[in-house]
Design a protein around this ligand. Structure first.
Ligand SMILES: Nc1ncnc2c1ncn2[C@@H]1O[C@H](COP(=O)(O)OP(=O)(O)O)[C@@H](O)[C@H]1O
Ligand SMILES: [Mg+2]
Length: 316
């Protein structure tokens, strides 16, 4: 099969830990042809979505991970599957890409994850659909409500809804001397909605990434444990990833959410669970394949490519 991966600039990817590269290597190992393109290379022209694509050959050397062939312009529908693997921010450009990908779908392209579902699931706010698994949480742009919530909960985490990697995450206690200014900055004078969530103390044991592949949980989670003096577990914020078997609660959450998410065209989802609570439903470009694979030997990327092959085969 021929797969097109839409990725961030290849020079910015860290091959020793990058999930998209792990996917591409697994796909190549199973005999598939790999092409890449970047977000700016996608265009709609004369009724068709096409992209400037480059065929590549993956190499096992992380310091020099691919060889590029001749770039060409191709329609998205000419591939067996198109994988949107660009990282957030989930800004208007990202949404625009999903509109173009929806147009490609209407022409017959198989796009993973389904662009409609990517638009519908804000990675933080998507927990609202599954509130029985969610710690006390408020979403609002009203400062009075946020302050009342901090008074009520005592210890909260404030988050922006459109960024990732631990960017703009504040832990605020009721007596924080900077509380007013933190709330002002986060709400941008009441023009931006934020999430305020009760602080979950089990974060010291890690922010667990649970991968769902075609709705079924990978048996190991990656607990991302905050470094000393840091309240964020994100690997991007220096967190340490430790693979561990799913707990009974992890499994309950994953098995409850999995089938419904898969049915919406979300072939790969990264649930984040802190303690017993669901905190994020990641659908744009979930990661952590490599860390789980390297620590457990479980072939996550192979499992994903098999699911992708099944999804493509089911269409014809
Ligand atoms: N309710 C919470 N309780 C404790 N820590 C939290 C909570 N929400 C987020 N965090 C911390 O902030 C980090 C980032 O939050 P998260 O919601 O995963 O946003 P993102 O990863 O998109 O930046 C988490 O890894 C965790 O360390
Ligand atoms: Mg997170």
């Amino acid at each position: 099969m021929q797969f097109l991966f839409i990725i961030d600039p290849p020079a910015t990817l860290k091959a020793y830990k990058d999930t998209s590269i792990a996917m591409m290597r697994a796909a190549q190992a199973r005999g598939h042809a790999i092409h890449i393109c970047e977000q700016p290379g996608i265009a709609w022209r004369e009724g068709t979505v096409s992209a400037c694509v480059t065929p590549i050959t993956l190499r096992d050397d992380d310091a020099d991970w691919y060889r590029a062939g001749e770039p060409s312009e191709r329609t998205l529908r000419s591939f067996d599957a198109v994988l949107m693997r660009k990282d957030p921010p989930f800004d208007l450009e990202y949404i625009t890409s999903t509109w173009l990908l929806s147009a490609a779908e209407r022409e017959g392209a198989c796009v993973i994850n389904a662009p409609q579902a990517v638009r519908d699931h804000n990675e933080k706010l998507a927990i609202a659909e599954f509130s029985r698994f969610v710690a006390p949480t408020l979403v609002t742009r009203d400062a009075d409500r946020v302050h009342a919530w901090i008074e009520e909960q005592g210890d909260v985490v404030l988050k922006r809804l459109d960024v990732m990697g631990g960017e703009n995450i504040f832990r605020v206690r009721v007596d924080d001397p900077n509380r007013n200014v933190i709330v002002e900055i986060m709400l941008q004078g009441g023009t931006r909605s934020i999430m305020a969530q009760r602080y979950i103390p089990e974060i010291v044991q890690g922010d667990k990434r649970i991968l769902l592949i075609d709705g079924k949980p990978v048996p190991y989670a990656l607990a991302r444990i905050p470094k000393a003096g840091e309240s964020r577990g994100n690997l991007a914020a220096g967190g340490r990833g430790v693979a561990q078997p799913l707990s009974a609660r992890d499994r309950e959450i994953a098995e409850t959410l999995g089938p419904g998410l898969a049915a919406r065209g979300l072939l790969l989802v990264g649930l984040d669970v802190i303690g017993d609570w669901l905190t994020e439903v990641n659908v744009t470009s979930p990661t952590c394949f490599r860390e789980i694979q390297d620590q457990t030997g479980f072939d996550v990327a192979g499992l994903f490519i098999e699911a992708l092959e099944r999804r493509v085969a089911a269409r014809v």
